[in-house]
Write a protein that binds this ligand. Structure first.
Ligand code: AHR
Length: 633
């Protein structure tokens, strides 16, 4: 018999408890969440013809020429010049991110930036299908004035058929000389119909998780494999041309796939991240570089004497998010379309940084941030959260400083996750709060194709999460990682949501996250069997919470064993009465996984029934997570 005491709550559950970790890894942003269909749209990749081909393939020499601005501060250093004679009909073909998906009848916005050097060239745009046939086209009437400098124009193209692996062809004909830069193609069915926005189906999946927070932009991309590749938020706001491309750290760490051309375009930049948080109702948690590159290689560190601009970036970021329109950075936010502050309360300094070199930099950041913005909660990195010397060192240093929040990361076996559901039972209740900033069960080594999102991995995460929830007085936030992966362009396994250019699917881990998040409750209750807390008792992991706004008791039970378990739930303080129950079960074979072609092999099923309070008996199937909601009043 499971006994639940609803009179005495053990801890408050923070609204932020279950959230999201977003990073542009596995094409999470470019070629993923950011809906741009053209790869290397401004010719600014290290190899400027990446994803482009000329049409025909062997055009006369001198027609296409890339100009590179040698100013080291140039934000958009390269552009293409097309020089044609009267008889020429030539083109540029872009194959997108391994092909472009066109949907019949959907409007696409084509944007061209151009400069008339010698007017006379006419531009026609074709959407090409898998068989190299046009399925949509439009002409663009260019402004002939040479005096106007760079101009930008848009047209709408609607394909009369769908194409799975399509291309964009831009034709230039007639005599003239035209400089072209950002060549963009965007679907119009973006999230909230925002022009140049985010892929609808992917944001919807995030929305359906009701996340308490969104951590962005990473992950290792915050650090970069060298400081020059670190994430610099100021380069990701304002006009797209000012968003200087950076080579991603994931470009050269590719166990399975060769993606040397992984560039961050920052079309999804910091304003868009904050706006996404607002849309999702999630608390924004940006992470900034602390003056160190990724420590998995020998890190580059910024000398302490030169750290000031990095700290200023942090202070300016808070002003950008929260300052009113009379402040310098608040005014920029307003000018870019968002006068209202974003009410940011949490800021991370560094990601997976550790050692005395991190601590001395962290101290300087903390002093400056707390002096100006005492209300900001700082997330402090620790690196790998195992009982290894570097973690023990970081934990003790951070605890001595009584920091706000410590960020712990776990990538380990399903067995580890089950065994470690008790990890936080013994943590100091008065010390720093814990953010479990990244975790995911690994069925094989990271990056292996055999490292899969099966049901067993998801259930082991659920076991661990019962422990996080039970310790909600210590653990204030947690997020699975990584969030997204393209089925044809990943560097890391496993991931929460997989997608291709057309569609996407939820993993069993996604449903575990969703079931915890939608059934978060407000306070932890005591749940015991024979006087003992249920933690791997009888091979079951469980936790109970109450939602005081609805008076529902919510019990999450994980049964990762081979046999069904029957338990009676007793809530002594409820008199004999009818109790409405909603029971949601995620169950199946431990090896079950969802796939693009079969997205619904594993998904939760819900049933409702009215029970007698003195006879609330439940069967928990083998390999299952069950969430029971009981209406107690
Ligand atoms: O989630 C993938 C990576 O794992 C993150 O970028 C990094 O923080 C961790 O090592």
């Amino acid at each position: 018999v499971y006994k639940i005491d609803i009179k005495n709550t053990r801890a408050n559950i923070q609204p932020t408890m279950w959230g999201l970790f977003f990073e542009d890894i596995n094409r999470g942003a470019d070629g993923g969440l950011y809906a741009e269909l053209i790869k290397n749209r401004s010719f600014d990749f290290p190899k400027p013809m990446t994803a482009w081909e000329t049409w025909p393939k062997n055009v006369r020499d001198g027609i296409f020429l890339i100009t590179k601005d040698m100013d080291p501060n140039a934000k958009d250093p390269k552009f293409m010049t097309v020089s044609t004679s009267e008889k020429d009909t030539v083109g540029l073909v872009n194959s997108g991110f391994d092909g472009i998906y066109f949907k019949k009848g959907l409007n696409y916005t084509f944007t061209l930036q151009y400069q008339q050097v010698q007017p006379g060239i006419h531009v026609r745009v074709f959407l090409i299908n898998t068989n190299n046939r046009p399925i949509g086209n439009a002409s663009m009437e260019l402004n002939a004035a040479t005096s106007k400098g760079w101009q930008e124009q848009q047209i709408t193209i609607t394909p009369n058929d769908s194409a799975i692996v399509g291309k964009l062809l831009v034709i230039f004909e007639g005599e003239g000389k035209l400089a072209v830069d950002r060549i963009s193609l965007m679907p119009t069915d973006t999230w909230r119909d925002r022009p140049g926005g985010l892929r609808h189906d992917l944001v919807q999946k995030l929305y359906d998780l009701h996340p308490g927070f969104l951590r962005f932009p990473g992950g290792c991309i915050v650090e970069g494999n060298q400081l020059v590749h670190r994430y610099q938020w100021k380069n990701t706001i304002g006009p797209l041309n000012d968003r200087l491309l950076v080579q991603s750290i994931w470009a050269d760490d590719v166990p399975n796939r060769q993606t040397p051309d992984y560039m961050e375009s920052f079309g999804l930049g910091f304003l868009e991240y904050f706006q996404l948080c607002e849309d999702l109702g999630a608390s924004p948690m940006p992470i900034i570089n602390c003056g160190m590159s990724c420590q998995f290689d020998a890190a580059e560190v910024v000398p302490l004497s030169q750290l000031e601009p990095f700290i200023q970036d942090a202070l300016d970021l808070i002003e950008f998010a929260n300052g009113d329109v009379t402040t310098t950075w608040g005014a920029k936010r307003a000018a870019y379309g968002h006068p209202d502050p974003f009410k940011m309360k949490i800021l991370g300094v560094g990601n997976e940084n550790w050692g005395p070199q991190y601590v001395e930099r962290l101290d300087l950041f903390t002093k400056a941030i707390k002096e100006k913005y005492p209300y900001i909660n700082i997330v402090n990195a620790t690196g790998y959260s195992r009982n290894i010397p570097v973690f023990t060192y970081m934990d003790s240093v951070l605890r001595k400083r009584n920091v706000d929040i410590i960020d712990e990361h776990f990538y380990d076996t399903p067995d580890w996750f089950m065994r470690n559901s008790t990890r936080y039972d013994s943590y100091d209740r008065k010390g720093p709060k814990i953010f479990v900033g990244e975790y995911a069960a690994q069925t094989d080594r990271i990056g292996s194709q055999k490292n899969v999102n099966n049901l067993m991995a998801a259930l082991s995460e659920a076991c661990f999460m019962t422990g996080l929830e039970r310790n909600a007085d210590v653990v204030s936030m947690a997020a699975y990682a990584p969030l997204f992966a393209h089925v044809d362009g990943w560097q890391w396994t496993p991931n929460l949501i997989w997608f291709d250019n057309i569609t996407s699917y939820n993993t069993p881990s996604y449903y575990v996250q969703q079931l915890f998040s939608l059934n978060k409750g407000t306070h932890v209750l005591s749940l015991t069997e024979g006087g003992r807390t249920i933690n791997a008792l009888d091979s079951i992991w469980a936790n109970a919470v109450i939602d005081t706004s609805t008076n529902e008791v919510i019990i999450k039970v994980v049964n990762p064993s081979t046999s069904a378990k029957r338990k009676k739930i007793s809530i002594p303080s409820i008199k004999d009465q009818s109790v409405k129950s909603i029971v949601t079960v995620l169950a199946g074979h431990p090896d079950d996984m969802n796939k693009i072609e079969k997205p619904d092999i594993i998904k939760p099923e819900t049933k409702q029934e009215t029970l007698k309070s003195n006879n609330m008996v439940f069967d928990f199937p083998p390999y299952s997570l069950t969430v029971v909601r009981l209406q107690t009043a």
